[in-house]
Design a protein around this ligand. Structure first.
Ligand code: NAD
Length: 260
């Protein structure tokens, strides 16, 4: 039997990242969890995943927008597991506002979390992956990495940028047994989406119900939210040996949104 692999998933205390962690746990993959939240709840989650799946799970509260925090988290993963085999750059935030009022500090925060954080992590895990001649890097972009919506200047810019980073690192590592891909989900009902409904209602001058019906579900021809478990399953597939020839790709999982 092969030695268990290690997956580091940024922003895995909530939403999509948490589900990706659960899906990798089911595969017997050791985990490095990361993200913010209630310390006791996170510890319950960590211990629960370890016990249920008989895997090793550690947690780091690193703020991924800070290079020193990132370095510390990767060093922790290396000291516990030898290195990171599967990196999922998932943590992200959103802010909704017309461009004229878009606060500069929100722009800076979104660019540093949603884009620079992936760069900080990637540059630190590639040396180990090269040594092992195997590695998987999965960047959580968005349908907003491929198309825009109004009032999301920073998010759309960062998610488009993340696709550029994905393609560049894919080319640099193509002969090293490493694949680098982006997942582009449509709307998934997580706290990130729940929190933006009131602001979108305000920016567009419509009710919150209308935001769900006429903005969110209108974007997706299936008229359904994408399920977190579907995104988790795609991440597990991209990390499998069957996906060895997929690199530099942006994989849409958006209910048909970007087919429009
Ligand atoms: P979420 O709010 O449920 O989870 C975000 C996670 O990131 C949390 O664990 C949070 O603690 C963590 N995080 C935030 N800032 C951080 C920081 N500075 N350092 C470390 N961790 C930090 O959101 P989600 O919907 O699960 O989003 C996950 C990713 O999926 C994001 O990159 C988001 O842009 C992307 N995405 C979401 C949707 C959607 O509809 N929900 C669609 C497309 C893409």
């Amino acid at each position: 039997m092969n030695a268990p692999k290690t997956a580091l998933i940024t922003g895995s205390t909530s939403g999509i990242g948490l589900e990706i962690a659960r899906e990798f746990a089911k595969q017997g993959t050791n985990l490095v969890l990361n993200g913010f939240g209630n310390a006791q709840e996170i510890e319950t989650l960590r211990a629960g995943l370890a016990k249920e799946h008989k895997i090793e799970v550690i947690y780091s509260p690193a703020d991924i927008s800070k290079p020193a925090d990132m370095a510390q988290m990767i060093a922790l993963a290396e000291s516990k597991f030898g290195g990171v085999d599967i990196l999922v750059n998932n943590a992200g935030i959103q802010f909704v506002s017309p461009i004229e009022e878009f606060p500069i500090e929100k722009w800076d925060a979104i660019l540093s979390i949603n884009l620079s954080g992936a760069f900080y992590a990637t540059r630190l895990v590639v040396p180990y992956m090269r040594k092992k001649k195997w590695g998987r890097i999965i960047n959580m972009s968005s349908a907003h990495g491929l198309v825009a919506s109004p009032f999301k200047a920073a998010y759309v810019a960062a998610k488009h940028g993340l696709l550029g980073l994905t393609k560049t690192v894919a080319l640099e590592t193509a002969e090293a047994g490493i694949t680098v891909n982006a997942i582009c989900p449509g709307y998934v009902m997580t706290p990130l989406v729940q929190k933006q409904i009131p602001d979108t209602a305000k920016a567009r001058g419509i009710s919150e119900e209308a935001v769900i019906r006429d903005v969110i579900l209108e974007a997706q021809p299936t008229k359904k939210f994408v399920e977190v478990s579907d995104v988790g399953a795609l991440a597990v597939f991209l990390a499998s040996d069957a996906a060895a020839s997929i690199t530099g790709a942006a994989l849409s999982i958006d209910g048909g949104w970007t087919a429009h």
